[in-house]
Design a binder for this molecule. Structure first.
Ligand code: MRU
Length: 369
């Protein structure tokens, strides 16, 4: 998507040196636009763990490029396979909930294994990393195409009044390689000149909504309002939300959805108020092995300090302030699981389906059991 009129993806190879990965360091947005250069798999591991990059699709693409960097490192070592396996373990351990991480690592391991020489393996790793990134962008573009039809239908009913979409956290282009999942239909609607307004939940504790989604929408000229997370139910009760579109970090093949903490409460409020609740996701976020989301999806617990502190921009620099008493314990659950019964539909790159095994597998028959 465009930043200041120039097209950017979230991750790419440095044009004059293909051994360097460049990425947007999201810790500084919306205040500063910083590009980080990543030259080793260790650096990429840290970028994922410390959330310089985040969001399911981008975590997958970063892991893909991390494995490519690992392959280039392995090429100058005695044991190629040992280094690659070590790198895969390091990357796998960074963040547990988004399934795109292990999906990208497994895809790299499988493809690299087909190479006979170190040079061949590096070339395969590069091709795979690029394919993961390109597919991610294309799948999100298609999600926009399919999701636009849903927004268009509501717009017809509203006869010129703006369609109010609620979204949570950042399932925007910053969470992917381009377009985003939840935001792709929004951008497509904006480009089609449909009247539109987006409620952006701030998304405590890391405020990806207030910081990232608000910035993205602003850059694209989409009308939006940032709200406290706890305001979502109030707005739905008052008829101020026409539909919710959120992202997903892992969706079971039966339709249970893990997404940023707070999504479940929004889905409950949506159900109680007859607000359609859609989840937009590329198939790389579907876990084809997991049946019961509540029991099986690993939920990341992050440092409690993220709850007790907030950071922001003051006097030209990023500062952190403590909110809670220093001595109060805090708990920081990163994600929750929304059971399929609360989800209206899934917007995927192949179309919209119901959140159940039969409907999901009708779009992805290659995964039918
Ligand atoms: O912790 P994050 O920022 O990596 O969480 C990811 C998210 O922003 C959301 O859960 C999002 O809705 C799904 S990822 C496309």
């Amino acid at each position: 998507m465009n930043v200041g009129g120039k097209h950017f993806r979230t991750i790419w190879l440095r044009p004059d040196d293909k051994r360097v990965v460049q990425l947007i360091d999201q810790r500084f947005l919306p205040h500063e636009f910083v590009i980080e250069e990543v030259r080793s798999v260790e650096q990429m591991t840290m970028a994922i763990r410390e959330m310089h990059v985040r969001g399911a699709g981008l975590i997958g693409a970063s892991a893909g490029y991390g494995m490519y960097l690992a392959a280039t490192e392995a090429a100058s070592r005695d044991s190629f396979d040992e280094h690659l396996a070590w790198a895969a373990d390091q990357l796998r351990a960074t963040r547990p909930t988004a399934v795109n991480l292990s999906w990208a690592i497994e895809r790299q391991l499988q493809n690299i294994a087909a190479g006979k020489t170190a040079d061949e393996k590096v070339a395969l790793a590069l091709r795979t990393a690029n394919s993961i990134a390109d597919e991610d962008a294309e799948h999100c573009r298609m999600i926009g195409h399919h999701g636009l039809k849903l927004i268009r239908k509501i717009a017809q009913r509203k006869a010129g009044r703006p369609v109010n979409v609620l979204t949570h956290c950042n399932a925007g282009w910053l969470a992917f390689v381009d377009y985003g999942s939840a935001t792709a239909p929004i951008y497509a609607a904006q480009d089609s000149e449909l009247p539109l307004h987006v409620w952006v939940t701030e998304t405590r504790p890391r405020n990806q909504g207030a910081k990232l989604t608000a910035w993205e929408l602003g850059e694209h000229g989409v009308a939006h309002t940032v709200i406290a997370d706890s305001a979502a139910g109030y707005l739905m009760q008052r008829g101020k939300v026409d539909l919710a579109i959120v992202g997903s970090d892992r969706t079971t093949y039966t339709g249970d959805v893990a997404n940023k903490i707070g999504t479940y409460l929004e889905a409950l409020a949506a159900k109680a108020n007859n607000v359609p609740f859609y989840v937009a996701l590329p198939s790389s976020s579907i876990d084809w092995r997991m049946r019961e989301g509540l029991k099986e999806i690993p939920i990341e617990e992050r440092d409690a300090e993220e709850i007790k502190w907030a950071d922001g921009w003051f006097d030209g620099k990023q500062v952190a302030v403590r909110i809670a008493p220093d001595e109060s314990p805090a708990a920081n659950y990163g994600f929750d699981v929304t059971p399929r019964a609360l989800v209206t539909g899934l917007i995927t790159e192949r179309g919209v389906c119901e959140p159940n095994e039969k409907s999901i597998c009708s779009l992805f028959p290659e995964h039918a059991k």
